[in-house]
Design a protein around this ligand. Structure first.
Ligand SMILES: *Cc1c(COP(=O)(O)O)cnc(C)c1O
Length: 369
């Protein structure tokens, strides 16, 4: 039996995608091979990566002057590649100034990594209220290398309601947990990056979308595998790309297109989130810790209203275990923040959210009686 999987990542994939991958496992497109067995430079694999890129360009309306790269190393490697390619100096440690907005744990990690190669400045932080909101951030100086934001904060469940004004300074965004969840104007960004395992496909593939004029500025000492210019020149084939992951991403993108594209996905996501948040608003047992204007569509943390820390922890433990026994799995909050969190990416159907809310109502009634 399939469960409703609320995991923050790796997370649920659309069932039709898994079924198609299973059906094609030993013979893909009549080649008599699994995608895992194909030469990446063969005529068998080339249409697979080309199709994935074409679908992504279509679904995200990516302008022609942007490169799409399928890389490895997760979003975490982009924490280093962005400064290495956009801000590093002729010698290690002598980089340009880059601004970071600290909106959570991933944002903080990105800045800490960049600080090894560039001069990083925290433009604004929401740490004072446990990252439960998005701070307003000052504009960068004209000669800053870039301005980095985390568009959706997976752990704390916030998202940017609008984008900061950065003038000519490239806006760089980690969109790991919100890619393709809502329409996004790619032309507003210099670089977008995402680990695949939230909304795109299997872990192991990382997507980078980069404006062409930002490619080619890495100083010579940057290793080949960490250079956007080399990956762009080689069409993501400088070395063996994560072939199977790219194939699954292609299937996910085809599924998304067949189900109405990004606008339709956004509508479904808003419906799911509204259902969940309106229940939380009316509940006398659970609450959302996130300030209203900044609530994520994808990651929804919630906590019992219980004041006593020990009793609250016991309730959380019981909730997570009982939910799992009803096929509602992976609802524990991040280990650094505790509580509960439902991640409701594109592949989560509304029925999953309905089932979770029904379970929460039942749990609430039982606990309060
Ligand atoms: C999951 C996540 C990461 C880390 O991704 P890896 O692919 O594991 O490196 C970084 N940023 C955000 C916003 C995430 O959700």
């Amino acid at each position: 039996m399939r469960v409703y999987n609320f995991s923050p990542g790796p997370s649920a994939l659309p069932l039709p995608v898994l079924e198609r991958a299973a059906a094609e496992m030993t013979d893909t497109n009549g080649t008599g091979q699994s995608v895992m067995e194909m030469s990446h430079r063969s005529g068998d694999f080339r249409p697979i990566i080309e199709k994935a890129e074409a679908l992504l360009r279509e679904l995200m309306e990516i302008p022609a002057n942007y490169k799409v790269l399928f890389l490895q190393g997760g979003a975490s490697l982009q924490f280093a590649m962005v400064p290495l390619n956009l801000a590093a100096g002729a010698q290690a440690g002598a980089g340009k100034r880059a601004l970071y907005v600290e909106t959570g744990i991933w944002a903080k990690k990105a800045a800490a990594e960049a600080a090894k190669y560039a001069e990083t400045v925290t433009a604004a932080s929401s740490k004072d209220r446990a990252y439960t909101y998005i701070p307003s951030a000052p504009a960068p100086a004209p000669d800053d290398a870039y301005y980095h934001i985390t568009l959706n904060n997976t752990i704390v469940g916030t998202k940017w309601a609008g984008l900061p004004e950065t003038g000519a300074v490239p806006l760089v965004a980690d969109i790991s947990s919100c890619i393709l969840s809502e329409p996004l104007d790619v032309s507003k960004f210099g670089v977008l990056y995402a680990g695949a395992q939230k909304n795109l496909g299997p872990a192991g593939t990382t997507l980078v979308i980069i404006r062409e004029d930002l490619v080619g500025h890495a100083p010579e000492w940057i290793p080949a595998m960490l250079r956007y210019d080399i990956h762009a020149a080689e069409g993501s084939m400088y070395n063996t790309p994560p072939c199977y992951g790219i194939y699954i991403i292609g299937l996910v993108l085809q599924w998304l297109k067949d189900s109405g594209g990004v606008p339709a996905a956004a509508e479904r996501n808003r419906e799911k989130a509204n259902l969940f948040y309106s229940y939380l608003e009316n509940s006398r047992f659970f609450r959302s810790p996130v300030e209203k204007p900044f609530r994520s569509l994808m990651n929804i943390p919630f906590v019992p209203l219980e004041e006593d820390a020990e009793k609250r922890a016991a309730l959380e433990k019981r909730f997570i275990a009982e939910a799992a026994s009803e096929g509602l799995v992976n609802l524990a909050g991040h280990r650094l923040v505790g509580g509960m969190r439902a991640s409701v990416y594109n592949a989560m159907p509304i029925e999953g959210v309905q089932a979770l809310v029904a379970f929460m109502k039942k749990f609430e009634e039982k606990a309060r009686s």
